[in-house]
Design a protein around this ligand. Structure first.
Ligand code: FES
Length: 106
């Protein structure tokens, strides 16, 4: 099962196993990772599951779909590495993925 490291903006780490086929957001919420609010439950309508993907992992992810890009316009401090974690589907190839949580989502 792929393992993901969530790093808060203060540098605190949470490592969780996320089953293949789950979204990264589901893995965070079901493991109590703070900073992933996921107010819309994964419908891509809230942007409260915003994460910054570790640079080395950006190329491993499928590109953003238009809906994700549009919703990111409502997130705070969006960067090139910004993704909505509900739109990242976990696969074995993402084992070791790490993401950083925005300061705005404490
Ligand atoms: Fe709402 Fe991801 S959970 S946009």
């Amino acid at each position: 099962m792929p393992s993901v490291r969530f790093i808060s903006h203060r540098g605190e780490e949470s490592v969780v196993d996320v089953p293949e086929g789950w979204s990264l957001m589901e893995g965070a919420v079901k493991n109590g990772v703070s900073g992933i609010l996921a107010d819309c439950g994964g419908a891509c309508t809230c942007a409260t599951c915003h994460v910054y993907v570790g640079e080395d992992w950006l190329a491993a992810l499928p590109p953003r779909e238009d809906m994700e890009t549009d919703m990111l316009e409502f997130a705070i401090d969006v960067r090139e590495s910004s993704r909505l974690s509900c739109q990242i589907k976990m696969t074995e190839e993402l084992d070791g993925l790490f993401v950083i949580l925005p300061e705005s989502q404490i």
